[in-house]
Design a protein around this ligand. Sequence first.
Ligand code: ASP
Ligand code: MG
Length: 328
Amino acid sequence: MPLIVQKYGGSSVADAERIINVAKRIGAVQKSGAAVVVVVSAMGDTTDELIELAHTISHEPHAREMDLLLSTGELVSSTLLTMALRELGHEAISLSGPQAGIRTDTSFGRARISRIEPARVRRELDAGRIVVVAGFQGITAEDDITTLGRGGSDTTAVAIAAALQADRCEIYTDVEGIYTADPRIVSGARKIDEVGYEEMLELASLGAKMHPRSIELGGVYRVPIYVASSFSDTPGTLIHARLVEGMAQQLGAAGVVSSAGLAAVSIVGSGMQNTPGYASRMFRLLANGGVNIDMITTSEIRISCIIDESQGRDAVRLLHEGFQLDRS
Ligand code: ASP
Ligand code: MG
């Protein structure tokens, strides 16, 4: 029987209606004959609201208390989703991160998963249940609850998929996959059908909405990760080991703003090192568009130009058009 891990982000479970909608999707997957583990984020803006609330009480909230507080967001969504599944007639059980065997180091607010003891999850799956795990949290060797950093539910999902040797990990969100550029900046931004782990890691660090650690884990344990929308059935993006030839043409021009008034614009794709023309083309496109380049950094799969923050959006557009990243 195939085993699928699905993760639903905060917007996908933002209210009761959406939770019920997600429960229906999960039920259909189980009906199709797969065992399902679901990981959820907190409902909507719950995490932001809890952080804000803590700061109205304390200037510098105690790190341990903060993590225990924030972990409650995912307990709410996981239990409500489980109730919705049961209401639809499915056998389902929710588990907190600790109950699901997620052990972490002691770095409150940005803990790393050290190990997963999946026995309980396995037992529930063997009993025919859908297992709903609260994302973003784990427990230290001293029994303190930790959180994995903002967006950490992605990492919970991929780590559980790795530990259970799941067939794949599906990340459901409010966008239809990974794009060649931020669609809010570039109107012609196009969805990428598939991408390698390393290229995706670059895109994630440049602002594609995924927890970078989840991509790292996926790459190490070779978990295929499928990113798609929970609001439609449009095909999403598959992140996996296969490198696609000519990917530099189809991958992203991304912009990320750093703290010091600077922005980095990058092109990402396999085969950068074999195609020296990319760098000079990039510099020419930016120069012709009146963008001044302060600094350049490169890797085998990325060329980045550091520029003034005020020119970030223009630069992303110039590169996207120049490299025809919107061409299908
Ligand atoms: N709820 C947490 C956050 O907003 C974790 C997550 O969404 O993945 O950062
Ligand atoms: Mg969230």
